[in-house]
Design a protein around this ligand. Structure first.
Ligand code: ASP
Ligand code: MG
Length: 407
């Protein structure tokens, strides 16, 4: 019978300093001494990636993306080497690799490269020699032999992809929280840790700002059915399993409440109410790579209507420029922005089979006298835009209304 193989990924906060690196080494060695093969993926120490980006910014406002990747990839090269030393120090054999060395091949879209394939042979050879294999997260090598990175938070993707390529028995993501919670515990003190959550729900929650794992990595995990265990690197408690929908979850309608405060609302006033206007406006925004989230168009009066939409704040200056231009082209009125909004969402696969979920969410807000400005829904999600000043109160009310408080 083949030996059991586990992939363990440690995020930047878990390896932020030498003490923590030693603690990670301890945990890896414990796993190894249970007789398992271990492949470890690590992120850069602490805030290294941000610091490297800041360094680049002091040199150039618009650095070549190839060079940004060259720079950012150094962060993970530091952490793998240090972790290998720490494991050797504890008496186990370990060897560190860059992404390129273990054949993590990507396309050449620098800073957000897509994985093409992984050549697992080198890793398997080293495992067969009884070594712990440590792989730099977040990086690969393009078909042109250039170093690439996989987008911020990309070490999660490295871990999931390696677990798939090596047919690992488990993929553990170690982080600085205990798992996936029903809401941000800083906002809802009685939020509780979920035992398990489905890929689809986690994908929504990750996209909605629950910063537990990179959204792309969940997407890949779902596609190849790689079960993930998200857990804390500071305790030995069980975390949250991310898997295909489990039976036990079926009576739970809502799994989590999320809050995003990084969106802004843009309103174009007096858009002529005739065919082609929305097409023109949103085509211009798309051409500038501006991602529009929620959209509402009000009922028209006297042949004109207001169109509102949300974008991430980061895109607001560009959005304003494009929206003003588009408004002028279609003969609309002025463009207003509003940064005082927040987006609150509930996520749960139970919504597929339960009715009245939206009503319950809206009622909870009505009781709190909170006005809803925009609404959007998908099969397993309902989002509302409200005033930011009321956002935390709304999250608590909704968390309570769906019975999510600690059981
Ligand atoms: N160090 C990279 C980042 O901060 C990758 C990662 O942490 O997963 O984005
Ligand atoms: Mg990081």
């Amino acid at each position: 019978m083949s030996r059991s193989l586990i992939v363990q990924k440690f995020g930047g906060s878990s390896v932020a300093n030498p003490e923590r690196i030693k603690r990670v080494a301890q945990r890896v060695v414990e796993t190894r001494r249970q007789g398992r093969d271990v492949v470890v993926v690590v992120s850069a120490l602490g805030d290294t990636t941000d610091e490297l980006l800041e360094l680049a910014r002091q040199i150039s406002q618009d650095p070549p993306e190839r060079e940004l990747d060259m720079l950012m990839a150094t962060g993970e090269q530091v952490s793998v080497a240090l972790l290998a030393m720490a494991i050797e120090e504890l008496g186990e054999d370990a060897i560190s690799f860059t992404g390129a060395q273990v054949g993590i091949r990507t396309d050449s879209s620098h800073t957000k490269a897509k994985l093409i394939d992984i050549n697992a042979r080198r890793i398997q050879q080293e495992l067969a020699k009884g070594r712990v294999v440590i792989v730099a997260g977040f990086q690969g090598i393009s078909v042109n032999q250039d170093i690439t990175t996989l987008g911020r938070g990309g070490s999660d993707l490295t871990a999931v992809a390696l677990a798939e390529a090596l047919d690992a028995d488990a993929c553990e993501i170690y982080t600085d929280v205990e798992g996936v919670f029903t809401a941000d515990p800083r906002i809802v003190p009685n939020a509780h840790k979920l035992k398990s959550i489905s890929y689809d729900e986690m994908l929504e929650m990750a996209s909605l700002g629950a910063q537990v794992m990179q959204a792309r990595s969940i997407f890949v995990a779902k596609r190849f059915d790689v079960p993930i265990h998200v857990r804390s690197s500071f305790s030995s408690r069980e975390g949250t399993m991310i898997t295909k929908a489990a039976k036990a979850m079926e009576d739970i309608v809502v799994s989590g409440v999320t809050l995003q405060r990084d969106e802004a609302k843009v309103t174009i006033r007096d858009v002529p109410d005739k065919p082609g206007m929305a097409a023109q406006i949103f085509k211009e925004l798309a051409a500038q790579d501006i991602n529009v989230d929620m959209i509402v168009q009000n009922v028209s009066r006297e042949g004109a209507t207001d169109v509102s939409f949300t974008v991430v704040k980061h895109d607001l200056p560009a959005t304003l420029r494009v929206a003003r231009h588009a408004a002028a082209r279609v003969g609309a009125g002025d463009v207003a922005t509003d940064e005082g909004v927040a987006k609150l969402s509930i996520v749960g696969i139970g919504m597929r089979s339960h009715s009245g979920v939206a009503a319950k969410m809206f009622e909870a807000m009505a009781r709190e006298r909170i006005n809803i400005e925009m609404i959007s829904t998908s099969e397993i999600k309902i989002s509302c835009v409200i005033r930011k000043a009321h956002a935390e109160r709304a999250v608590r009310a909704i968390h309570q209304a769906f019975g999510l408080s600690r059981r």
